[in-house]
Ligand binder design. Structure first.
Ligand code: UN1
Length: 510
């Protein structure tokens, strides 16, 4: 009964009536609008968006700069409280948010539920972190007669550029981290998912985030470039492709202005190693989930399965057997396991890639895409491709495409070298019951998140801080204890407290 009531509330949830328009200083601008088309059928409109101009982006920075002294002086506890209220509001709006993400981003119901949960977790976690880090100064040890205090506060105006694959959770995560640390924020959501981001901004403003401290500027790369090229910004939080992170780095450097942090979380060529001691059925479950859930549109997703050759045939059979059972289709339907790819262009790129591997005779398994009413949707069928060598996989294919490579136990070191050679370092899976094998693998690879004898997606805020190194990003890990400090300005105040000219003169000066 609870499940039916929940499904009813989803089915009845209204899509946004008002267009998502730029919001600067609490004022909504009027801009020409376009429909946001659903990836589910490629033609129905989810709502309207009116994109910001480059001029709007600069105006947003200007307004946020004006708001910064007041927002930065707001006690950390008050900022935290607003985030906690936003968490409650997100929870209360769960059915509406899930329905919107299912239409706008093609999210299945389990993914929609997990996404709202993660957004709520980010709000509460960063609220708690803000209280811990910004509540009071830290007294550092030092010689007698001197006091050393470490204080942290906002840096200024942070630019947050978020991806379409976690259009609520990562949008909220970046924005709340920056706000909690005392920064004002200009937020640019992904072009494909402006509507859910507009909901998030409305929730944050209503929860007590100062209207002029958070601006919303939907748009494409020109808006992003206007923001990152502005010499007045204090930092950038970005999640998306490695390519775009390079471009942002270049833009930040070319200004020859203040050197500001870029907190980037990018792609991965994530591997899972399975040795002959692994439990086959468990591996199959974890592989299918890690490679095909969310249609493989997670930076954490499994791309390259390395199986010890003695068990390879059996493992490939188990994995393809389980993949065959996945239901592709309308993400709003409760029985659907795999929804569409974000848009037709992304689908085409994956289809072209698979077509090339097909001509090479490497495709081992492909399931079917939906027909009928969903024939126009951007679906890609879960696919398994066998490669001779791990180095044959040279780029991230952001969809439900799994590569398998067989390896000999004696060649493990070479295989680890091959994985490291990709230059990415995000997630890694290991299925083995030999502890020293696990240790050897973990020590050899500089990946950010390692998952042993389990699936490798769905990092939990606070328990599994998430992020990588190398081509996968800068760190620090989102949802972890070192994240907020990167958004903050640290000051160390060293004061002479010895009798003469110490404390007394400070007090007299008020
Ligand atoms: C991303 O896909 O951009 O662990 C990162 C996970 C998610 C990945 C988010 N936190 O699956």
């Amino acid at each position: 009964a609870v499940r039916d009531a929940f499904l009813d509330s989803l089915a009845q949830a209204p899509l946004p009536k008002d267009a998502a328009l730029p919001i600067i200083g609490g004022k909504t601008l009027t801009r020409p609008t376009r429909p946001v088309l659903s990836p589910v059928d490629g033609k129905s409109s989810v709502g309207e968006v009116g994109e910001a101009t480059a001029e709007d982006a600069r105006a947003a920075i200007e307004t946020c700069l004006g708001a910064f002294p007041k927002w930065s002086a707001t006690p950390a506890g008050a900022r935290a409280l607003a985030l906690e209220k936003a968490a409650d509001a997100l929870e209360a709006a769960t059915p509406r948010l899930i329905a919107l993400m299912s239409a706008e981003a093609g999210k299945t119901l389990p993914d929609g539920i997990a996404e709202v949960r993660e957004a709520v977790d980010f709000c509460r976690y960063y609220a708690a972190e803000a209280r811990r880090l910004f509540g009071a100064a830290t007294i550092l040890p030092g010689p007698t007669g001197e006091e050393n205090r470490l204080v942290s506060r906002g840096r200024g105006v942070f630019v947050c550029i978020s991806p379409w694959n976690f259009p609520l959770a990562i949008f909220m995560g970046q924005v709340t981290a920056a706000l909690a640390s005392g920064n004002c924020v200009v937020a640019k959501p992904a072009e494909q998912t402006p509507l859910i981001a507009a909901e998030a901004v409305r929730i944050l403003h209503e929860a007590g985030i100062a209207k002029d401290a958070l601006a919303y500027v939907p748009g494409d790369g020109t808006v992003g470039a206007a923001l990152t090229s502005d010499p007045r910004i204090a930092g950038v939080a970005f999640t998306g492709s490695t390519e775009t992170a390079w471009a942002i780095n270049r833009t930040l450097a070319e200004k020859r202005g203040p050197i500001v942090p870029l907190i980037a979380e990018t792609g991965g060529l994530n591997a899972m190693l399975v040795d002959a001691t692994a439990l086959g059925e468990q591996v199959a479950d974890d592989v299918v989930l890690s490679a095909f859930r969310s249609a493989g549109q997670r930076c954490s997703a499994l791309r390259l399965l390395l199986v010890q050759e003695d068990i390879a045939n059996h493992m490939i059979d188990l994995v393809t057997g389980a993949a065959k059972e996945l239901t592709l289709g309308d993400p709003a339907h409760p029985a659907t396991d795999v929804g569409p790819i974000i848009d037709a262009e992304a689908k085409q790129a994956i289809d072209d890639y698979v077509a090339e591997r097909r001509t090479e005779g490497r495709v081992r398994f492909e399931s079917e895409v939906p027909r009928g009413a969903l024939a126009g949707g951007s679906f890609v069928a879960p696919t398994v491709i066998e490669l001779a060598n791990a180095r044959d996989l040279t780029r991230e294919v952001f969809g439900p495409v799994l590569h398998v490579v067989r390896y000999k136990a004696a060649d493990l070191d070479k295989v680890l070298d091959d994985i490291a050679a990709s230059g990415y370092g995000l997630t890694l899976g290991i299925h083995s019951r030999i502890e020293r094998t696990c240790k050897r693998i973990v020590e050899r690879l500089s990946v950010g998140n390692v998952y042993v004898n389990r699936n490798m997606i769905g990092a939990i805020v606070g328990s599994q801080p998430f992020g990588g190194s190398g081509l996968s990003g800068t760190g620090p890990k989102a949802g972890g204890p070192h994240y907020l400090p990167r958004f903050a300005l640290e000051q160390v105040i060293s004061t002479n407290t010895a009798a003469a000219g110490g404390n007394a003169s400070l007090i007299a000066m008020g």
